[in-house]
Design a binder for this molecule. Structure first.
Ligand code: PMP
Length: 372
């Protein structure tokens, strides 16, 4: 089985298992306990926060450990909510864990604005200017799109913010970027940043939210006041340490170059058939959006599923009709129906990718023949 749906989730590094065992069965103490073995775990957690801060070049602020990106996104948005004349601005390309929070704010009566996407998948920066005002409290825009791989220019968003609403908070969902593409929260003036371990070979159900200024964030669950009072609940130390193992074992630059080669190898094979249209997005090499004209993307996915796993876009939104993001980029329903998402990791061999390319191409041609 060749797995090419790494934007949905990745295979956990084997080494994480040993770490989970260690911090579940042996060094399992509660970081909030007052005795030495507990306090030692709290210091260990604090060291990990510093490590993540360094990775994203955070010169100040804190890292709050969460149950993953869905929670981090909910905390970033609901936690930033304030009463009064506050407006909230989101891109139309956001993952459901941001988009549906935005919809919920709207339903409860907040002023919520959505920024359109350009045909290249990036947000429309002119539209962003139109949607911001001096009342904007929060701007939430993802770094790398989980659907297309498009990369938003966070520096540019910060520049626009400075002109119109310098006090607005900037939240970035960096789930598809962290451990893949370098992140610089100091340079980009990011206030809140979301990451999730299972997207970079760590365990599922663990992630983090970086917050520049804790005072800007209110807790959304109530309890014992862990994680600086912002996220109550005993920290999931085994999974946090396993996430850190993954982080510490990834070479971002080396992996980036490897994935670029794999992507190009696959593109070269698929392009042999003119019906295959690679979505030309100047973005992350980890994600490839492809249209197989004349056939249904879902048919291809099921045809392949015993040999190769590819995705239809966000697993979280795959049950919904159509694709909100491609639609917002101005794509026709026909093209959207024929689209699939192929996403890579750095640890597969070129041989596997070549084999996958040939099998996908043959499958496409076979389905095309049957439907025509
Ligand atoms: N944001 C993005 C961009 C994602 O791709 C995902 C996972 N599909 C999430 C958020 C949600 O992550 P998690 O599974 O950790 O809740």
């Amino acid at each position: 089985m060749i797995y090419l749906d790494n934007a949905a989730t990745t295979r956990m590094f084997e080494g994480c298992v040993e770490i989970i065992r260690e911090y579940s069965c042996y060094d399992f103490y509660n970081p909030s306990a007052i005795y030495y073995s507990g306090a030692e775990k709290l210091s260990l957690l604090n060291e990990q926060r510093q490590y993540i801060k360094k990775m994203i070049n955070a010169l100040s602020g804190d890292v709050i450990f969460t149950s993953g990106a869905t929670e981090s996104n909910n905390l970033a948005i609901f936690g930033s909510q304030r009463s009064g004349n506050c407006e909230y601005v989101f891109s139309n390309g956001e993952h459901p864990s941001v988009f549906n929070v935005a919809k919920s704010l709207e339903e409860k009566g907040s002023v919520v604005k959505f920024v359109n996407l350009q045909s290249n998948g990036q947000i429309d920066y002119e539209d962003l200017k139109n949607k911001l005002s001096s009342n904007t409290r929060l701007i939430s825009v993802m770094f790398v799109s989980n659907e297309t791989g498009a990369i938003n220019d966070i520096s540019k968003i910060d520049e626009i913010r400075k002109q119109i609403c310098p006090k607005a908070l900037l939240h970035v969902d960096a789930v598809q970027a962290f451990c893949k593409i370098n992140i610089d929260v100091a340079k980009w003036n990011v206030d809140l940043l979301t990451i999730s371990a299972h997207k970079f070979h760590g365990p599922k159900g663990v992630g983090a939210l970086y917050v520049k200024n804790k005072a800007s964030l209110k807790n959304i669950v109530f309890g014992g006041g862990q994680e600086f009072g912002v996220r109550s609940g005993t920290e999931n130390l085994p999974n946090i340490m396993a996430m850190m193992y993954a982080i510490k074992n990834i070479d971002i630059e080396k992996n980036y170059d490897l994935v670029k080669i794999k992507r190009q190898t696959l593109i070269n094979i698929l392009k042999q058939d003119e019906g295959v249209k690679i979505r030309e997005i100047d973005g992350s090499p980890y994600i490839l959006s492809v249209e197989f004209s004349g056939i249904n993307g879902e048919t291809l996915i099921h045809y392949l599923e015993n040999d190769i796993i590819i995705g239809i876009g966000s697993a979280c939104s795959s049950k919904k009709a159509g694709n909100r993001i491609l639609q917002n980029m101005g794509e026709s329903l026909d093209k959207i129906k024929s689209s699939v998402r192929i996403s890579f990791n750095a640890y597969q061999s070129i041989d596997e990718i070549e084999k996958a390319g040939e099998i996908i191409l043959k499958a496409y041609q076979d389905i095309k023949r049957r439907v025509s």
